[in-house]
Each structure stands twice: as C-alpha cells, then as structure tokens.
Write a protein that binds this ligand. Structure first.
Ligand SMILES: C[S@@+](CC[C@H](N)C(=O)[O-])C[C@H]1O[C@@H](n2cnc3c(N)ncnc32)[C@H](O)[C@@H]1O
Length: 268
C-alpha cells in the first residue's frame, strides 16, 4: 500500500454505505441510463464493493447473468447478502487479474473503482480481454480534480487548512487523471473503440451537520480513514472548522452535489 493510499481502508460494508454507498447507489442508475445496454446479456462488474451498481444492474438492465468481483471479502459478503438473485454471483477478485476466460462477457462495467487500481491500463486491458467482440465496456469515477464531489472537497479543504499533510492525501491530488479527456485516452489506449464520455451528477443532501460528519468518523474510505487516524483534539478541531464553514439551509440541512465522469466504448 502506498503512503497516500494507507487510509483507503475498504473493509466495513455498513460504514462504506453510510459514507459513500448512499451516493453511489444514486449515481449508478444514471450511469446505466446513459450506458444503454440491451437486456439479456452476460455482465461482469469490476470492483462491486457493497453492490451499489450491482443492485441497479439487476433492477434496471435485465441481465442474463451478473458476475461481480471485489478484493474486499467484507464488501463481497455484504453485496451477496443484500442482492440475493439467481442471476448474480459475487466473488473476491482483482481488476488486474480477472479469473475469467477471454471473450466471455457481453458487458463489463466498473463504478467508482478505476482510480483506486494502481495499474489502470492493466485493469482496462483485462476488461477488454474478457469482453466478447464488440462487447460494451463502461466505467465512471468521481470528478475529484474538478472538486465535483463537494462534500469531499469541503472535508479536505478544512483538513488541509489545519494539517498541511492532508493536502497530499486528498483525492484531487492523488487522482488528477479523473477528467473526461484523460479517462477517454486511457480507454482508447486499452484498445476500446467508439469511446464517449458523459457527466453524471447527483445531489447529496445531508439532514444536518451530524449526518454530514458521522460517516467521516467511521473509517471506511480515504477521508474517513484519515479522520479516524487523527488524535482526538485534532479531530475535534476539524469538526469545529467544518461546522463553522459549511453552508446550511434554513432547516439546518446541507445541500451539495457530486459529479462523476463516465466513459463507454466497445471492445475490438
Ligand atoms: C468507492 S468503492 C466503489 C464500490 C462500488 N462499485 C460502488 O459503486 O459503490 C471502490 C471499490 O474499489 C475496490 N477496489 C480497490 N482496488 C481494486 C482492485 N485492484 N480491483 C478491483 N476492485 C478494487 C474496493 O474494494 C472498493 O470496493
């Protein structure tokens, strides 16, 4: 694990759902609408986590089968429990070495994962290998460099004001390639044809400050991993700063937005 990735901490399904899963469940249907795959196909999902995109595929895309993999055994167990469906199979696996035969799936997708895979070209090459000729390949990642995930940007801005080291850990510094142009280039370099990109945005509404803050204290994901690693006094200072800075509605709720960039293309 690199120094910057030491806080990524993908393990606890419930904590992930409280922090990110609730928003990734909202963005997945928007991606599928744009991706527009026909029914009756064999799907592979790479990095399924707790099953945000898997659930949307099963509910909306009428797959013939869905194989979903993730390296986190805890996440896979939660996905399996939550999305019991005869068409779906959830297993532990890694994007860089998919345990599947060549040309064995019609559709290969991945939601909010690719930036966390150290060898992105290798992962895309694996997706292309497993796709049938003309198979559909699609993925999306948050707009980290553009500050499109406003709740994360607010967290790291406050953290960096108090702790200069936090600046090097934030996702916008770690993942500068999460732009439509750079992602489309990666897809073309992996041999995909007819590559297109799109923006998908959801609103992230927090009931009150506690609803915003509590997921950061649960430790799952880069920002929560950083937050729980702080000494209690430093964590209290970070909380105070965010509580003072975040804009509120009249009822105390906090209305922000989260933008992802999506890519789709065809295997050769
Ligand atoms: C932000 S979560 C996204 C999970 C899910 N797709 C969603 O939309 O909620 C990132 C996921 O990437 C997975 N991941 C990290 N490295 C991976 C790799 N090398 N291969 C496949 N998945 C990986 C993590 O285990 C985690 O589940």
């Amino acid at each position: 694990m690199s120094d910057q990735s030491r806080h990524d901490a993908w393990a606890e399904g419930e904590n992930y759902d409280a922090y990110m899963g609730r928003w990734s469940r909202q963005i997945a249907p928007g991606f599928l609408d744009w991706f527009d795959a026909p029914p009756g196909l064999d799907w592979l999902e790479v990095g399924c986590g707790t099953g945000a995109l898997s659930g949307a595929i099963l509910a909306k895309a009428a797959p013939r089968s869905l194989q979903a993999i993730d390296p986190s055994a805890g996440f896979v167990a939660r996905a399996r429990e939550t999305h019991a469906d005869a068409r779906a199979d959830f297993t532990v696996g890694d994007a860089r070495a998919l345990a599947l035969p060549d040309a064995s799936r019609d559709v290969i997708v991945s939601g909010l994962v690719l930036n966390f895979v150290p060898d992105r070209p290798g992962a895309l090459a694996e997706m292309a290998r497993v796709a049938r000729p003309e198979g559909r390949i699609g993925f999306y990642v948050w707009d980290y460099p553009g500050g499109g995930v406003e709740f994360m940007r607010a967290f790291w801005t406050a953290a960096a004001a108090l702790d200069p080291e936090a600046r090097t850990l934030s996702e916008d510094v770690r993942f500068p390639f999460c732009t439509p142009e750079a992602l489309a280039s990666l897809a073309r370099e992996a041999g995909l044809a007819a590559v297109e990109s799109a923006e998908i945005t959801v609103s992230t509404v927090f009931r009150d400050f506690e609803d915003f803050w509590t997921p950061f204290t649960l430790g799952t994901g880069p920002a929560p991993g950083y937050c729980v690693g702080l000494a209690p006094a430093a964590r209290a200072r970070l909380r105070e700063r965010l509580e003072a800075d975040l804009p509120r509605q009249a009822d105390g709720s906090i209305h922000l937005a989260a933008r992802a960039w999506a890519i789709r293309g065809r295997a050769s």
